[in-house]
Design a protein around this ligand. Structure first.
Ligand code: V47
Length: 393
């Protein structure tokens, strides 16, 4: 453990004792950590836990984000990605376009496709199942991390199926795990303001529990830096921890910094760098039953994500390649980092980079060399604007 713990905020003294003794922290402890200005002590404690679990290792993966449609009926104030079907920029990919992008991803060595999209008013559940079946058939070696709890709730509603049967159909088609999006902040006061028409926080947790029960692990997120209070953040984290105690199905926790540009909350300033680091650290400290805390470089910026590796995070996410949700909301980060760039960031933070697959198995590139770039499929249409939507479903 590098350096000594120096505490300047007396409220942190008993909390430090509990962290060093490996004891679970309370909601009050979480609140004190969020309210403290002693960032270095909070970070030291989170780093202690991080190094006890993972030593110097920092994970990243080679992945490809695919967003099949940005058409969405939810119209969440927090979001700049979703569109009505009839506005400029609305799109829905034909399945061939998705397979083309996936083939490009495979040629770049992707071990994971991260697939999330809007809640489209007209696409049937069958479109998504066909999409997954088609990907699994063509790219059986690639892990399909697809569809948030919000999308699952929506598919269940439009197909008049139970959540369990919807998840079973997804699993049967080839979904391997679920990403952690859509959790936002569970408290109903906040959801009413930022995402009024989304599934409730309780429903999000219920869908996650059901996914875990049928053998689909998932990630979890928390969107912070908008209208939520520190108490509501702590409540969110404690509810995730309680669910994890029951299912052990969450793999990674990802705090997501709110980007206000082009959203219905564009008047808000978004979180500061101090808040980013503190949120990573408090998450590491409260979520004692989560193995991994991810500093998602796309939203944190590579620079802050790199520092977060000393504040509790042990994962940077992946190469990503195409990112729409944050970039529509004004993110100025690149959409793509290469393996070499990710490794450089990690090494410069004094950590040891390990390329992982979605299940955190190390990827041995000697045994699994990159597929030839030439394997990328022939060019197909770019995307289908909503006005000329023809889908081969
Ligand atoms: O669900 C939407 C958030 C999420 C904005 O599971 C916004 O490995 C900030 O969940 N400003 C999608 N955030 C991203 C996500 C994710 C990312 C990386 C890895 C994983 C994983 C999951 O982004 C949405 C929502 O919570 N979001 N709009 C915005 N304006």
């Amino acid at each position: 453990m590098p350096g000594k713990l120096r505490i300047t905020d007396a409220r942190l003294e008993p909390i430090a004792g509990r962290v060093l003794a490996g004891q679970r922290l309370s909601a009050d402890d979480g609140l004190a950590l969020f309210q403290s200005h002693d960032l270095l002590a909070v970070g030291w404690l989170a780093n202690h836990v991080r190094e006890k679990r993972h030593g110097n290792v920092t994970y990243y993966n080679v992945n490809r984000h695919i967003n099949p449609t940005n058409v969405c009926v939810a119209h969440c104030k927090l979001c700049a990605f979703g569109r009505s079907p009839d506005v400029p920029g609305a799109y829905t990919f034909a399945l061939d376009e998705i397979y083309h992008r996936a083939a490009q991803g495979l040629a770049e060595g992707a071990t994971e496709f991260h697939i999330v999209g809007g809640l489209h008013p007209d696409l049937p559940f069958a479109y998504y199942l066909d999409l997954i079946r088609g990907l699994k058939q063509r790219f059986p070696q690639v892990h399909l991390k697809a569809f948030t709890m919000v999308e699952v709730g929506y598919y269940a509603r439009i197909s008049r199926m139970s959540i369990r049967d919807t998840l079973l159909a997804m699993k049967d088609a080839g979904v391997d795990s679920l990403p952690g999006g859509g959790a936002e902040i569970f408290h109903p006061r906040v959801r009413k303001i930022i995402c009024d028409h989304k599934v409730s926080g309780q429903m999000w947790l219920q869908i996650a529990r059901t996914a875990h029960e049928i053998g689909l692990p998932s990630n979890a997120t928390m969107l912070y830096g908008h209208v939520e209070t520190p108490e509501e953040r702590v409540d969110h984290l404690i509810q995730l921890r309680g669910t994890q105690d029951q299912t052990h199905g969450f793999v990674t926790f990802i705090p997501l910094a709110f980007h206000p540009a082009n959203t219905g909350l564009a008047h808000l300033p978004g979180p500061t760098g101090i808040d980013d680091l503190k949120t990573i650290a408090v998450s590491r400290l409260l979520l004692d039953n989560f193995d991994h805390i991810k500093a998602y470089w796309v939203m944190l910026t590579p620079r802050i994500a790199q520092i977060a590796l000393q504040f509790g995070a042990n994962d940077l996410d992946g190469t990503v390649v195409e990112e729409k949700i944050y970039h529509d909301a004004g993110a100025t980060t690149p959409e793509h980092l290469t393996r070499a760039e990710l490794e450089r960031l990690i090494r410069a933070a004094g950590r040891v980079p390990v390329e992982r697959d979605t299940r955190y198995n190390p990827v041995d590139r000697e045994k699994n060399p990159f597929p030839a770039k030439a394997a990328a499929s022939q060019r197909t249409d770019t995307f289908i604007p909503e006005t000329s939507l023809t889908l081969n479903i």
